[in-house]
Design a protein around this ligand. Structure first.
Ligand SMILES: [Zn+2]
Ligand SMILES: [Zn+2]
Length: 328
């Protein structure tokens, strides 16, 4: 992606940084007025920058609601023969319309002149975004949420853009009110969009690149903090389904359910339950959804919360992993 420069040269651009003119070193963009207003729809330039960085973009209505489907797509609702991922319509099916083609994004934005530029998050865009909403009690935890490309939101919160960690994550950071994780199956509104009724729009702050998600944050996402009110899985973890060729449809939920068995177990049964959970988690590792390091970390954490000694925890993990043919 290139943008016009004051002296006519073109420079590569980056979505989280103001552009800098290669020949003059002058920063471009609204800060110094180097790009004449109204010559470029700022959403178009932002969309092109995001696509150049590997993101898939689409357009939402001004109120952040999806653009309405066309009558044909509306009528096809529930029809298995109509694939939302490959539907040729420009703006139908919400984030399924997201594109990595700049000209298609330009057409979308032109079709919805007051629409908001949005990103389809997840592996398709290489992004997992931590969404902190102070209106729901969300707080920035600087220790856990290491510096990365950041957007300030109209609601006074932040979107922290991290590289997708290559594994599914739950939609919420457990135990933290007002902190969502926007990843596979999610979306974020992107700068410079301003939703209806907002005093100001989404904007980049700071100039960090999109960094890797720190392991501690990934572990915090995967670690349940309290047992669910009703069991979602059979109480005995050795009954966690085997994965055969079918794979795991929701590894995060399975991991959470497996770990929950330990915290729910009556006192006298926690040690054997931890062993069973280690076997279940080992299978999640063997299916490629979790690293051994993360698996040991989450099992150690849940074991400690179940008041097991570190020695017993290590023994349970080693025994459970070995039983599943995994080297701890
Ligand atoms: Zn359509
Ligand atoms: Zn369609």
């Amino acid at each position: 992606m290139t943008v016009p420069c004051a002296d006519g040269t073109a420079v590569p651009s980056h979505p989280s940084h103001p552009q800098t003119c290669r020949s003059t070193g002058v920063r471009l963009g609204r800060r110094d007025g180097s790009i004449r207003p109204n010559t470029v729809d700022p959403r178009q330039a932002a969309a092109a920058d995001l696509i150049a960085a590997g993101r898939r973009v689409f357009v939402l209505g001004r109120t952040k609601r999806p653009v309405a489907n066309c009558p044909a797509c509306q009528a096809s609702k529930g029809d298995p023969g109509h694939d939302r991922e490959t539907c040729p319509c420009l703006t139908c099916h919400g984030f399924y319309a997201a594109t990595d083609q700049a000209d298609r994004a330009a057409a979308m934005l032109a079709a919805v002149p007051d629409g908001l530029l949005a990103i389809r998050t997840g592996a398709v865009s290489g992004l997992a975004v931590v969404d902190i909403d102070p209106r729901n009690g969300g707080q920035l935890d600087r220790e856990l949420m290491t510096p990365t490309a950041t957007v300030a939101t109209p609601g006074g919160g932040w979107h922290l853009y991290y590289q997708h960690p290559g594994r599914p994550l739950p939609g919420k950071l457990p135990g933290r009110a007002g902190v969502d994780i926007k990843t596979d199956g999610g979306l974020v509104v992107a700068p410079p969009s301003t939703p209806a009724g907002a005093a100001r729009g989404y904007r980049w702050v700071g100039d960090h690149p999109v960094n890797e998600m720190p392991p501690a944050l990934i572990a915090a996402c995967l670690t349940p903090t309290s047992p669910p009110a009703t069991p979602r899985q059979p109480a005995h973890p050795t009954r966690v389904p085997r994965f055969g060729g079918g794979g795991i449809s929701d590894p995060s939920a399975l991991l959470a359910a497996t770990l929950d068995t330990v915290t729910r177990a009556p006192e006298g049964r926690r040690r054997t339950t931890l062993y069973g959970a280690a076997r279940g988690v080992a299978r999640i590792v063997l299916a490629g959804h979790l690293t051994v390091t993360d698996a040991v970390a989450v099992l150690t954490d849940v074991g400690r919360r179940a008041e097991q000694t570190d020695r017993d925890i290590r023994a349970a993990i080693a025994g459970g992993f070995t039983a599943e043919g995994l080297t701890p």
